[in-house]
Design a protein around this ligand. Structure first.
Ligand code: CMC
Length: 447
């Protein structure tokens, strides 16, 4: 919803009581607290909204990211994603998201300097990292390590101090690639690589990931640019699952490291940050272009989903997918064409002409081609959600900053509809229902 939607009054008549209410509508929204006055009796609690998954509930007012899912529009602070992907860098985009405006040269230089000088981690971080099993999932490591950062920076608890908030933002953007690369090198048994502040943000990350014995690692500029653009495309996406987690946990007043660790935890899930990995597994399972029609038939018959297709908000081509598809071809020029690309192109071609997908408005989303690029660059599948997390850090932090400064916000605390037992009295153990008998109602206890 936007401020452009006209304001007015909603007139409601409660058929239970015959009473009529005037509910203000502003920005295409009513306040569900205004429904609390709608009661059937004086001791009635009042009307609640019921919205599992928050399909039709705005949790905040925000000036950061705008999405129009029907028209395939995504803008950060008003700037179309296409323009940022073409002309901006990830660090400049991070500045835009967090501070609200594009920086001039002096500000961008100072911002870049500040981020680069926070890329090192405390040496005790290595001890934490070494404690994880050799096969620990890098995203599980990230959840733990980002949370652990809060113990190194107790000053981060001062969330009402602007100076402290700015410092934690710089630290987090600076350190995330270092932790991410360490999580990969730990799983490979490779020694950790220190940050190289002569390189760009994406270039330094590639160095910390892939540098081996070479004295002077220089990233491939095409891959470095592609990664930077992928970070820009993932930088924010308004109130998605992980951002909502950051805001909800942050609403308790906890430090930003702990709030962002909650974002990492949410992103770990296969329905969110794990879909790009699922696309690669699906393409591998299909195996050849010839088998695509058979796979599409199976999806239509209900035997699974076309991964990387469909989106809760976009009912049109995801604008990020268009940009990523173009980058995929640039990357493959360098790395050689992935045999999976032809399968993906054929899937997309058939799906976009098929009434099943057209009628449900299912189009490629951000994950359809991003996994192919990551794979071509040499990232293992487990690292895909970690790459998503690096890109999303400025989004989480800008949303957290907006949240803690919003005077209307309170601790996140949804209500529920209680459908359980009425009050009943405790019974001695001998008098309770016996397990594994016909009268036992606890069918799920599995004793
Ligand atoms: N393949 C086949 N059918 C699909 C797909 C798909 N990828 N997505 C939705 N449908 C069908 C679904 O079966 C349903 O059909 P019907 O009306 O006959 O029952 C209809 O389309 C609506 O589906 P829905 O599950 O109600 O839609 P949703 O908005 O709740 O789900 C989604 C959105 C992204 C979870 C879903 O499209 C999906 O599972 N896509 C595949 C996974 C994927 O690519 N996820 C990445 C999302 S983008 C990255 C991110 O935001 O984290």
């Amino acid at each position: 919803m936007t401020a452009a939607t006209p304001s007015g009054m909603l007139t409601l008549t409660d058929s239970r009581t015959g009473k009529t209410y005037e509910i203000p509508v502003e920005n295409g929204t009513f306040r569900t607290m205004d429904f609390r006055q709608i009661k059937v009796s004086d001791d009635d609690f009042g009307l609640l909204g019921y919205d599992p998954g928050f399909l039709n509930t705005a949790s905040c007012k925000s000036a950061i990211t705008y999405i129009d899912g029907d028209r395939g529009i995504l803008r950060y602070r008003g700037y179309p994603i296409e323009q940022l992907a073409e002309h901006s860098t990830f660090l400049e985009t991070a500045y835009l998201l967090i501070k609200g405006e594009l920086p001039d040269r002096e500000r961008l230089d100072a911002w870049t300097y500040n981020i680069r000088h926070h890329t090192m981690t405390h040496s005790n971080i290595v001890k934490f990292m070494d404690g994880f099993r050799y096969d620990a999932h890098p995203m599980g490591i990230m959840v733990g390590m980002v949370g652990a950062l809060s113990t190194f920076y107790p000053d981060a608890k001062e969330i009402t101090s602007e100076a402290s908030r700015k410092l934690q933002v710089r630290r987090l953007i600076g350190k995330i690639p270092t932790l991410a690369a360490m999580s990969y090198r730990h799983s490979m048994g490779f020694p950790y690589v220190l940050p190289d502040n002569d390189l760009s943000y994406a270039g330094n990350f590639l160095s910390m990931m892939f540098k081996m014995t070479e004295h002077d690692y220089r990233p491939n500029p095409v891959l470095e640019h592609a990664l930077d653009v992928l970070f820009i495309l993932h930088a924010d996406h308004e109130q998605n699952c992980s951002t909502s987690a950051v805001r909800a946990v942050g609403s308790s007043g906890v430090d930003p490291y702990t709030a962002v660790a909650a974002g990492c935890a949410a992103l770990y899930g296969p329905k969110h940050g794990g879909a790009n990995e699922a696309v690669i597994r699906m393409l591998l399972e299909i195996g050849s272009v010839e088998r695509v029609p058979e796979f599409i038939r199976a999806v239509k018959a209900g035997s699974g989903r076309l991964m990387g297709f469909g989106h809760r908000v976009y009912k049109n081509y995801d604008p990020r997918a268009k940009i990523i598809k173009k980058i995929a071809f640039e990357v493959f020029e360098e790395t050689g064409r992935s045999p999976l690309l032809d399968i993906a192109l054929e899937l997309e071609r058939i799906a976009l002409e098929d009434d099943y997908f057209i009628s449900r408005k299912l189009y490629p989303n951000v994950d359809f081609y991003s996994g192919l690029i990551y794979q071509a660059m040499g990232f293992p599948l487990d690292m895909f959600p970690v790459l998503f997390a690096i890109g999303r850090i400025p989004g989480w932090l800008s949303q957290w900053t907006e949240h803690v400064q919003d005077p209307e916000q309170k601790i996140a605390r949804p209500r529920q509809i209680y459908l359980g037992e009425e009050q009943r009295d405790w019974a001695p153990i001998e008098g309770r229902l016996k397990c594994r008998t016909e009268e036992c109602v606890m069918t799920s206890c599995r004793l």
